[in-house]
Design a protein around this ligand. Structure first.
Ligand SMILES: NC(=O)c1ccc[n+]([C@@H]2O[C@H](COP(=O)([O-])OP(=O)(O)OC[C@H]3O[C@@H](n4cnc5c(N)ncnc54)[C@H](O)[C@@H]3O)[C@@H](O)[C@H]2O)c1
Length: 274
């Protein structure tokens, strides 16, 4: 076997960001809340939902109003996007997201708990503050969002909640114990919510991305040795693109997934198996 040159590696490992042709016309006119929508996957979710006629309330600590303006400018015929500064660790901020959805669009059908942080530390050195903030954002933030969504949805005939878990919930990488365990909690909470909320016609599912091309993983792509190591755990041997995660999200929101609840859909190029 010949050795792979750095150029060849770069060419074969690139994310495939080509557009997605999937279309679920029954979702046109629906309303979604997306947290962590100021950049990364959340911003792509807001854009692609709007492109397909879904109205969006986008929340983030940083950048949500700006992203909303950009999307509204770019997509003339489609859903509208409202951006709000939001801290998902504050239950009241979820109430404000819901309030905006009700005031602007008349309610909410979909709630996507996407905001997350990805801190690093050797296990013995994890500072208490890192544990606290990781669980507050990645776990409490998901619970508060889902509670707010579910209270509204059960009073209005149902809805769909999607939580962002991670392959890290089932495949441990060193120096990420706080993150790994927070995503394992998201995975388990998804089951808990699906069981309790099913009788209210609320479906709750999770997506478990692997290595996806966003700011969160930029440092890996910029370090050839780290990239090589990361890709050695990806059977498809390339980075995933946010639009490929959106494909799973869009399906989960659609009527085609109406009998699916409590599922965790991996979008990871096969990483969960290595
Ligand atoms: N990128 C990956 O490879 C990958 C893999 C598995 C899972 N995920 C998960 O997918 C989700 C999105 O990740 P991403 O790659 O787009 O990350 P990202 O860092 O690009 O975006 C995350 C967003 O969440 C926001 N956020 C952080 N704390 C917040 C808070 N307290 N309140 C509101 N917003 C807050 C950030 O400001 C940021 O805009 C996260 O939950 C992440 O853990 C990502």
């Amino acid at each position: 076997m010949t050795a792979t040159t750095p150029n060849e590696l770069a060419n074969t490992t690139r994310a495939d960001a080509s557009p997605l042709s999937a279309s679920y016309p029954e979702l046109v006119g629906k309303v979604a809340v997306v947290t962590g929508a100021g950049r990364g996957m959340g911003a792509v979710f807001a854009t692609e939902l709007a492109r397909r006629g879904i109205n969006v309330v986008a929340g983030d600590l940083d950048g949500a109003p700006e992203v909303a303006d950009q999307i509204n400018e770019e997509i003339a015929e489609g859903g509208r996007v409202v951006g709000l500064r939001t801290d998902v660790t504050e239950p009241g901020d979820h109430d404000r997201l819901l309030g905006a959805a009700v005031d602007e669009f008349g309610g909410v059908d979909f709630w996507i708990n996407n905001a997350g942080i990805f801190p690093q530390a050797e296990f013995t050195e994890i500072p208490p503050a890192q544990l606290t903030s990781t669980y507050q954002v990645n776990v409490n933030g998901v619970v508060y969002g889902a509670q707010t969504a579910a209270r509204h949805m059960r009073a209005h005939g149902g809805g769909t909640i999607v939580n962002m878990a991670s392959v890290a919930a089932v495949r441990v990488r060193a120096t990420r114990a706080a993150y790994n365990s927070s995503k394992a909690a998201v995975r388990h909470l998804t089951s808990c919510m699906a069981v309790e909320l099913g009788s209210h016609n609320i479906r709750v599912n999770a997506i478990a991305p692997g290595f996806v091309d966003t700011e969160m993983t930029r440092w890996v792509r910029e370090d050839p040795a780290a990239l090589d190591r990361a890709l050695s755990t990806v059977p498809l041997h390339r980075v995933g693109s946010p639009i490929e995660v959106f494909g799973a999200l869009y399906f989960l929101l659609s009527d085609s997934a109406r009998y699916i609840t409590g599922a965790v859909i991996p979008v990871d190029g096969g990483s969960q198996h290595i």
